[in-house]
Write a protein that binds this ligand. Structure first.
Ligand code: ATP
Ligand code: MG
Length: 606
């Protein structure tokens, strides 16, 4: 193809709202144009790269045995009501009514569609597993779409789903996707870190996210340099460290009863450290959380009689409930872990009024004693002794607090946020964690029976008995992958595409597209095209500097410059190398074809 055939314009400056490299470069190189907030159009050159990413994903999934299908993007609201997510998905989901006043959904994901489709034809265990994927448009009304296509509102996802007869079969499907993902990311040139991930309220049994390290990542990864443990901070746990006193010794038990101390101006942990002249490790921090849609049974716990429990089909839950989390003063609560423990869709700190209602004291004076609210005690509190805490009364704290004696927990669990420097939780490992930022490119998830049960999917097993299949789901964000490739491969001049994704593998730039230079450029173009190489010939009547800058910005892996000063030699330059080399015109085609093929072979090697 020739540049004159492509309607593109490059920009010197990216729009001010583009703050990360991939967004800036995609806008400057005219790969995408913005239509609305979180809505981007792929222009022809951008779409070529996008299709290559898609092609590699499809190729590897097809090889793994998954089959492509294509549900509609607009689906009946009915199936979302069946699964219960019509209510729980929240404002992320774009809903509409059709002319018949029926509820419709613009798919944010497709568990419901897949489940409804499979349910229709399923009779026997012999049909399982069913493994299908699509690459299709999704819409999520993200509150803060940002970073261009990295977090858009409309985006494209590969989403695969498996329906399995049992856990072994589900594990096989899950491992099949994990293997295909490794090959996909390898071929795209990306280094990914699979991390253990939160399974959330869905209560699935296994989940891994495929992360790429990135300073602009939305996720925090916890990594152990010794044993390779890797987890999203939402999921990570660590070895509990002993509660120490000010001299570094384990805290010692006291027989003194707890005692109130007037602390009128002491609100924060820092205030407490100053007032009591000790470290935060000796404080029991008490935080009241509002809990949304918890399905744990709270019957018999403090304050439970005032809560409303709701039944929807087989599912019973509390739309709103409260817990008080106790944690050592130097640590923070991990809300994802807390929500998982409580089988809740969400938890958040209670507001001032709720805090007073639950604890009898305003924020800053909440304490564990005589609470009218169930206590979730983090493991860090278990070996604390002679501690300090809020008194549950405005203007007072208490000292000589003994956990177990002065209060008892409803749940004792690990809900702390793991930090860099914490000890690895793996058996026999004494590594210390470090953290890094990451962006989630893909996800594999053992869902279990959440959808098959709520949507009534059954089949006859080997014994002729009705059974409910189990399910897995698997996703890759195609646009986010494309943007991440640019994040990983660029310099100050522009993009440096890996050979497998480049919109064109080779750019031919004649200094002027006429006379001998035109003949040589055309000859090379024909030769390389015939060899199956994707070539762009820059036939524009522009100054050479403009053409070089544009080709560097667009990031084609190999550039051949044809200038009359060098003929019968041409200059071959690899985009990510500083030096160019002169090659006789007669040899250039074969040499460049070789460069392209060996780069592809390296990326494709397992
Ligand atoms: P995130 O935590 O980043 O919002 P998610 O957990 O909501 O992601 P999934 O529902 O697992 O994402 O979707 C699968 C993949 O789709 C993600 O791994 C990501 O690559 C991609 N993705 C999700 N939301 C967006 C978005 N708004 N824009 C672009 N890609 C997205
Ligand atoms: Mg999301």
């Amino acid at each position: 193809m020739k540049t004159s055939q492509i309607p593109f314009r490059t920009l010197r400056e990216a729009p001010a709202e583009a703050i990360i490299a991939s967004h800036q470069l995609m806008m400057r190189a005219d790969l995408i144009r913005k239509l609305g907030n979180g809505l981007y159009t792929y222009m022809p050159l951008g779409l070529k790269a996008y299709r290559k990413v898609e092609g590699i994903i499809k190729d590897e999934l097809n090889k793994s045995g998954a089959l492509e299908f294509k549900p509609t993007v607009i689906v009946p609201g009915e199936i979302w009501k069946e699964s219960g997510r019509w209510e729980t998905m929240g404002p992320q989901m774009l809903k509409a009514k059709n002319r018949g006043d029926q509820d419709m959904v613009v798919s944010p994901t497709a568990e419901e569609a897949y489940t409804a489709i499979c349910r229709a034809g399923l009779t026997s265990y012999k049909q399982l597993p069913i493994n299908m994927y699509q690459i299709n448009t999704k819409y999520r009304d993200e509150i803060r779409p940002r970073y261009g296509v990295m977090r858009g509102r409309e985006f494209n996802m590969m989403d695969g789903y498996t329906l399995n007869a049992n856990d072994e079969s589900l594990d096989e499907s899950y491992q099949g996707y994990a293997k295909a993902y490794h090959r996909i990311f390898k071929r795209l040139g990306l280094k990914v870190i699979p991390v253990k991930a939160d399974t959330g309220a869905m209560g699935g049994s296994g989940s891994e996210e495929f992360m790429v390290e990135s300073p602009v990542g939305d996720d925090t990864l916890i990594l152990c340099p010794k044993c390779g443990y890797a987890a999203n901070v939402e999921k990570a746990s660590c070895r509990p460290d002993p509660a120490l006193d000010d001299s570094g010794k384990p805290q010692a038990k006291t027989d003194l009863p707890f005692e109130e101390v007037a602390t009128p101006n002491v609100f924060s942990i820092e205030d407490m450290e100053k007032f009591f002249g000790t470290t935060s490790k000796r404080f029991v921090k008490a935080l009241i959380y509002r809990v949304i849609n918890s399905s744990l049974d709270l019957t018999g716990t403090a304050g439970a009689d005032k809560l409303k429990r709701v039944k929807e089909g087989d599912f019973e839950f509390y739309p709103v409930s409260y817990v008080c989390v106790l944690i050592r003063g130097d640590l923070d609560v991990n809300e994802a872990k807390l929500a998982g423990l409580l089988k809740a869709s969400e938890v958040c700190l209670a507001d001032d009024e709720e805090v007073v209602a639950m604890s009898g004291a305003p924020h800053g004076f909440v304490g564990p004693v005589k609470l009218n609210c169930p206590i979730v005690q983090d493991l860090s509190v278990n070996d604390m002794h002679d501690a300090f805490a809020g008194a549950g009364k405005e203007g007072f704290h208490i000292k000589h607090v003994e956990p177990g004696r002065d209060f008892t927990a409803w749940k004792n669990a690990d809900v702390r946020t793991v930090k860099s420097g914490d000890k690895c939780c793996c058996e026999g490992c004494d590594g210390e964690y470090y953290t890094t930022k990451g962006n989630e490119l893909g996800h594999i998830f053992k869902l279990g029976k959440k959808y098959t049960q709520s949507m009534g999917v059954t089949y006859l097993d080997e014994n002729g008995k009705a059974a409910v299949p189990t399910m897995g789901c698997y996703g890759i964000g195609v646009d986010r992958v494309l943007a991440s490739i640019i994040e990983s491969f660029h310099d100050d001049k522009g993009i440096q595409w890996p050979m497998s994704v480049a919109p064109f593998q080779v750019a031919i730039v004649p200094i002027k597209y006429k006379d001998a230079m035109k003949d040589a450029a055309d000859k090379l173009y024909d030769e390389l095209t015939a060899a199956g190489i994707e070539v762009l010939l820059d036939d524009r009547d522009e100054r050479p500097g403009v053409k070089f800058n544009d080709m560097d910005l667009l990031g084609f892996p190999v550039r051949i410059t044809v200038g009359d000063k060098n003929l019968p030699n041409v200059e071959v330059k690899i985009r990510n190398q500083a030096e160019a080399s002169l090659v006789p015109l007669t040899e250039a085609g074969a040499k460049v074809a070789d460069i392209v093929r060996s780069a592809l072979a390296e990326l494709n090697a397992v």
